[in-house]
Design a protein around this ligand. Structure first.
Ligand SMILES: [Zn+2]
Length: 509
């Protein structure tokens, strides 16, 4: 097959998926010729074209040609930058995408509009579905509900050549971060992904008319329709009454989505703290299914149904059809928590002037009204726990040592790609006589020694047939421990009493 054939296939792919129209055809062909440094079009004489669901196979062939002709160097990073350029040529301008979205809102409804936009984001290859399908996913039953686990294989390991290039690249601050609006259409660099095929939609969720907010999908979608809502302003994450206002407004407009925010302090926040944003989607998380185990009544808010959730982390759930009243109570709880200390439980609100307490909030819309989960967080570190007291402790670091952000809080653990291979190696070692030596000798898995030993000691019938399932279930048990470490009030008597003491303190105000 020659280059003209693949250009023709990608043109047909664009037509079939309504990215381009018949009148755009020659125009787009000419744009692609320019990209490939060709100055004439030779019609391929194939009678039919196989149009794949995902553009990736065609893009790979187009990249092979670009490598062969020395248009790009052969590395994953360079191929990613180049194939996004191709898709950028096929992606309509931002205003066309926004108008289309709101047309569907008017003709059909908002749910249909998000469905269209989600599909569009996959067809433009902004969401690289081919890679995401490689992710591994399973659930593990626990006392709370089934926890969900995914091993993220969609971010490929970096090519050493790209790492070298990145190291030598001159640091730039445009766009300021991965969430900034300026990413729309940006061609990328070795140290910043290309976003020529990236389009965002404005949403009306802010009471401040000077601050626009937009939606986009996460390019790594960890769950169904994983959406990101971000501010036009590159300003730090901040949890306050405006957060509660915006996330509840959002679920009122898009009731088929939940929306939550990472906390606004390091350790207990997400990976991006410098740009205010929220994450939501169309997925019922384990925490959403958890039940209230202790009803509580808040003074002056007696009509709001409230309670402590049966969950390994410390969560207050509020339910009410009255949005204004709900966010007012949420704010009262937040302000109380910001200054609440309980020395006997290691919860200190401040170290000198440095604040430690914050909240991870999640909003949902149900038939009976709004639901708001407030997860209490504290990010204090000590000499004994330099990564955080309420953070995964050493004994679980072989599985998870990163921040416990919004997604983990809700019961979906996102684990690094390296774990897939490590678990496979452990599977093969743990069924042989000299398993211990084998684990110690292999640097890739030696960190799992204590974990493997505990599993072998507590399961007396490990076989080649069941080891795979045993390890999956043990990862789940470890994730439950991870969440328990992140909980400020432990699930024992002291912890439960401490939680109630905090509730009482709010009612005393
Ligand atoms: Zn930014």
């Amino acid at each position: 097959m020659d280059i003209y054939y693949y250009i023709k296939v990608i043109i047909h792919y664009g037509l079939k998926n309504n990215l381009i129209e018949e009148f755009d055809k020659i125009f787009i062909i000419n744009q692609l010729l320019k990209l490939f440094e060709l100055d004439e079009w030779i019609e391929p004489n194939h009678l039919s074209f196989d149009i794949p669901d995902s553009p990736q196979t065609i893009l790979d062939s187009l990249c092979d040609y670009a490598v062969k002709m020395n248009l790009i160097e052969d590395s994953q990073g360079m191929r990613d930058l180049f194939d996004t350029k191709i898709m950028g040529i096929l992606t309509p301008l931002p205003s066309i995408v926004i108008n289309k979205f709101y047309d569907i809102c008017n003709i059909a409804n908002k749910k249909e509009a998000t469905k269209w936009y989600y599909n569009f984001s996959q067809k433009t290859n902004y969401i690289r579905t081919e890679r995401i399908n490689k992710n591994v996913y399973w659930t593990v039953d626990t006392d709370y509900s089934s926890l969900e686990i995914t091993i993220n294989l969609s971010k490929p390991e970096k090519d050493p050549k790209d790492i070298e290039r990145e190291k030598n690249a001159i640091q730039k601050s445009y766009p300021k971060c991965l969430l900034c609006y300026e990413n729309v259409g940006y061609s990328g660099r070795v140290d910043h992904p290309s976003r020529e095929n990236h389009r965002v939609i404005p949403v009306d969720i802010s009471s401040d008319k000077n601050e626009d907010w937009f939606i986009q999908y996460s390019p790594y979608i960890y769950y169904n329709e994983h959406i990101i809502v971000f501010s036009i302003k590159h300003s730090p994450m901040k949890i306050d009454i405006d957060t509660f206002d915006r996330i509840t407004r959002f679920v009122e407009i898009y009731p088929h989505y939940f929306l939550g925010s990472n906390a606004d302090l390091p350790i207990v926040g997400g990976s991006i703290l410098n740009h205010n944003h929220y994450q939501g989607g169309n997925h019922l998380f384990p925490m959403a299914k958890a039940k209230i185990e202790k009803q509580i009544v808040f003074k002056n808010y007696e009509n709001i149904e409230a309670g402590i959730l049966k969950w390994p982390m410390s969560v207050i759930r509020l339910k009410s059809p009255d949005r204004k009243k709900l966010i007012s109570l949420a704010n009262k709880i937040l302000l109380s928590w910001r200054t609440h200390s309980d020395k006997s439980l290691d919860i200190l609100a401040f170290s000198d002037d440095l604040p430690h307490n914050t909240i991870t909030p999640i909003a949902r819309k149900t038939e009976s009204g709004f639901e708001l989960d407030l997860v209490l967080r504290n990010n204090r570190t000590t000499e004994k726990f330099p990564l955080g007291i309420f953070h995964p402790h050493d004994e679980v670091h072989n599985i998870k040592k990163e921040n416990i952000g919004l997604i983990e809080v809700m019961g979906l653990a996102v684990l690094p790609g390296r774990l897939k291979e490590e678990l496979e190696i452990l599977e093969s070692y743990m069924v042989v006589e000299n398993w211990k030596e084998k684990i110690i000798e292999n640097k890739k898995v030696s960190k799992h020694l204590n974990w493997a030993e505990e599993i072998i000691n507590s399961n007396n019938n490990i076989t080649e047939e069941n080891i795979h399932d045993i390890l999956k279930s043990e990862v789940g048990k470890t994730i439950l421990k991870v969440l328990t470490y992140a909980g400020v009030y432990k699930r024992d008597k002291n912890g439960k009493n401490g939680f109630l003491k905090f509730i009482d303190s709010i009612n005393e105000i």
